[in-house]
Design a binder for this molecule. Structure first.
Ligand SMILES: Cc1cc2nc3c(=O)[nH]c(=O)nc-3n(C[C@H](O)[C@H](O)[C@H](O)COP(=O)(O)OP(=O)(O)OC[C@H]3O[C@@H](n4cnc5c(N)ncnc54)[C@H](O)[C@@H]3O)c2cc1C
Length: 306
């Protein structure tokens, strides 16, 4: 049985919304299809979907633009395009590092950052970095409202998005690019073989003081440790004002041990192993982000190693 009856390629957001509205919830948004096609193939349906509304030709969703150091990134931009952007590598290195480990090259060539967020898994690699970047998502709701929302507001639970994938379109993201004294890093623990779920990912953003000796501000997202992607706010607070160095990292690790509690997962790893790996990831990402903030030089690591 075919999975859908009609396939549309709208060129504008209004056209996409209008097509979705015409089908009264019986059409589905598709971007790269790397998550959706698997879901559809494993869902028993008596009837094919009425229609697919493919958003990968909507101009507004493909742009990468910068205004006053704020980057606007279309939701239909692919992981490969993000990885190839010299601007993003230099100014939001963690995003390039996270998109660079999604699947293999075939998945990255078509899979989009918007699809990663809309699929709503707290372990989404692109999602983890967007949360550490304090990004917002721009949503065109089916009732005509358009608004910017903080990334976590787009999530209701594991695999449950605040968006109705039959009606609402995630259009774009925006986040501040790193300036002087700011740096980011992302690392992930993953089984090396086959189609496996990430065991744990960690993205950090740091801002150092004028002398570049102390942490002025820090944002950290470790995932998945909760049903929705969340910031490690207690760990962040423990680092603010601390001198950059091993003592601060050990302080962060102690607070992480007390406040971050990943679940045991049959598909990922035991809770004890994941707890231990949080510490490993903090020990890797914090010095790397601080080094990038100090020197202003950042080259993405691990890209293509998914
Ligand atoms: C072999 C394989 C390996 C993978 N490895 C990883 C990995 O290492 N890390 C990782 O994070 N992910 C991984 N994924 C998952 C997937 O590739 C990513 O989540 C990808 O970013 C999804 O984007 P997409 O464009 O393909 O989304 P799609 O599959 O097209 O859509 C996903 C969901 O979001 C909805 N949707 C898509 N775009 C929008 C939009 N703009 N507005 C509203 N709703 C929308 C769709 O209706 C659907 O429900 C892997 C997948 C495969 C098949």
């Amino acid at each position: 049985m075919s999975l859908w009856k009609a396939y549309y390629l709208p060129q504008t957001i209004d056209e996409a919304l209008s097509l979705l509205a015409q089908h009264h919830g019986a059409a589905r948004i598709i971007a790269g299809g790397t998550d959706l096609m698997i879901d559809l193939q494993f869902t028993d349906r008596a009837e094919p979907l009425d229609a697919m509304v493919d958003v990968t030709q909507v101009r507004e969703m493909l742009d990468i633009t910068t205004v006053d150091d704020v980057c606007h990134l279309g939701a239909a931009v692919t992981h490969t395009t993000i990885v190839k952007s010299a601007l993003l590598e230099a100014r939001v290195t963690c995003l390039v590092e996270s998109c660079g480990v999604v699947g293999g090259p075939q998945v990255r060539n078509v899979g989009t950052l918007g699809g990663n967020v809309a699929h709503a898994l707290p372990a989404g690699d692109g999602t983890t970095s967007l949360v550490a970047l304090d990004a917002e998502g721009y949503v065109a709701w089916s009732d005509g409202r358009r608004e910017w929302l903080p990334l976590p507001a787009l999530f209701k639970g594991p695999g449950i998005s605040a968006l109705d994938h039959h009606r609402d379109v995630l259009v774009a993201f925006r986040f501040k690019l790193c300036g002087e004294r700011e740096g980011t890093a992302f690392k992930r623990i993953m089984r090396p073989q086959g189609v496996a779920l990430p065991i744990l990912g960690c993205a950090v953003w740091v801002q150092l003081n004028e002398a570049r000796t102390h942490y002025d501000d820090v944002r950290i997202c470790v995932s998945p440790v909760a049903p929705k992607p969340v910031r490690a706010t207690e760990v962040e607070a423990a680092l603010r004002g601390q001198p950059v160095g091993q003592d601060a990292i050990e302080r962060a690790v102690r607070v992480a041990r007390d406040t971050l509690h990943p679940r045991a997962s049959a598909y990922r790893a035991t809770a004890e192993y994941r707890q231990h790996m949080i510490e490993t990831l903090l020990r890797q990402t914090l010095p790397l982000a601080a080094q990038r903030a100090k020197t202003g030089e950042a080259h993405a690591e691990g890209v293509g190693m998914g």
